[in-house]
Design a protein around this ligand. Structure first.
Ligand SMILES: C[S@@+](CC[C@H](N)C(=O)[O-])C[C@H]1O[C@@H](n2cnc3c(N)ncnc32)[C@H](O)[C@@H]1O
Length: 353
């Protein structure tokens, strides 16, 4: 056996202790989220496990253990003098407030789906076959909506759309917008709320996601402005759209070039294709960081298998980067392409015929 370097070994073991704790804590976050525990503590009041049991109607002994695990994770505060627990304002934003820009709890639904679906993906590694988006556990669909929605809330209307040349004015005046691969419709609904003179068309091939999108549009009071229809990125109906938007879905497609060619045929004169993709640098070595770690793992379990399940099976992966995406868009026949904006999690790309 090769001789390990003791310092490097210690460093790796220390990191793995932290990672093992995080991997275990993921399930505790899902549990607390589903049982409404974070929301029950959102006011910041100190509570003992008995008080939380009374407040939530849940079993005290279980709560005591969950609270201890949360405190050990640093997700809630522990007050040893009173044997009580509380959420700081920052922790409440991350775990209890769905509208906050740093709401993280919902994203752990995705983590749960990766564990639940690991056997299916494991088999796909052997056969090389794809695993469709629709083949995953239901928590992937809610998790994706809840992972991306805080970023859309914080940026889509205030900075991403204004970063596209001339698009904001067109949407204010009244435009036709297609949101392709819309999933639960978080982005469609947000745009429909912000631009009441415009008409929105959400498309996705996944029927259960569209059902949820329709419900959400009703709840948000914008159902009259949005039509959700089952269609793939290569056959959604052409309506001379001023804007066609793809939110975090181009890389999930087997034939993103074919999708781009179709987008070109559906756009109005001077129409814009907005492509929102996971943030990535062009080179793997530059993506070896915490955000790249999340995306490469999601891409292993979700995005790459989804692309490999569809025709052409290009398998862009969630860390395709601007250079590869430019190639896709150019091969689809678009002549103008630029990065309009970015955040730590997303790149906003603008393409014109
Ligand atoms: C990662 S989710 C993103 C959902 C949504 N846009 C969002 O940002 O929350 C990818 C979506 O693309 C859809 N999708 C994948 N391939 C597709 C295709 N070829 N045509 C239409 N939709 C597709 C999936 O059903 C899924 O809803």
């Amino acid at each position: 056996m090769r001789e390990p370097n003791p310092d490097k070994l210690n460093e790796l073991a220390g990191k793995l202790v932290g990672d093992l704790g995080a991997a275990m804590a993921g399930a505790s976050i899902v549990l607390g989220d589903r049982l409404g525990l974070y929301k029950a503590m959102a006011d910041g009041e100190k509570v003992t496990s008995s008080e939380l049991a009374k407040k939530t109607g849940l079993h005290e002994r279980y709560l005591r253990e969950w609270l201890s695990a949360q405190a050990a994770s640093g997700y809630i505060e522990y007050h040893s003098d009173k044997n009580a627990f509380s959420l700081s304002p920052e922790q409440a934003m991350a775990f209890a407030d769905e509208s906050s820009p740093i709401f993280f709890a919902g994203a752990f639904d995705i983590v749960q789906s990766t564990y639940l679906d690991e056997p299916t993906v494991e088999e796909a590694f052997r056969t090389g076959k794809g695993v469709g988006w629709h083949d995953h556990s239901k928590c992937l669909f809610s998790g994706t909506e809840r992972f991306f929605r805080p970023g859309y809330n914080a940026n889509l209307v205030s900075s991403w759309i204004p970063a596209l040349d001339g698009v904001e004015k067109r949407l204010r005046d009244g435009a036709k917008v297609a949101d392709v691969g819309c999933g639960h419709g978080a982005s469609t609904i947000l745009m429909a709320k912000a631009f009441p003179n415009s008409e929105f068309f959400g498309f996705d091939y996944h029927t259960p996601s569209l059902e949820r999108a329709k419900e959400a549009a009703q709840e948000a009071g914008v159902a009259d402005r949005i039509t959700f229809t089952k269609a793939s990125a290569k056959d959604f109906p052409a309506k001379d759209y001023d804007l066609v938007a793809f939110f975090d879905c181009l890389h999930d497609m087997g034939d993103p070039i074919g999708a781009g060619k179709h987008v070109r045929e559906t756009l109005a004169k001077d129409g814009v294709w907005m492509i929102v993709e996971p943030f990535a640098h062009d080179e793997l070595k530059d993506n070896l960081n915490p955000v790249g770690r999340i995306y490469y793992n999601a891409s292993t379990f979700i995005c790459t298998p989804a692309s490999l399940s569809q025709e052409v099976a290009l398998g862009l992966g969630a860390q395709a980067g601007e250079r590869r995406l430019r190639k896709v868009v150019t091969e689809a026949g678009f002549t103008r392409f630029r990065k309009a904006s970015d955040t730590p999690f997303n790149m906003i790309l603008e393409a014109r015929p």
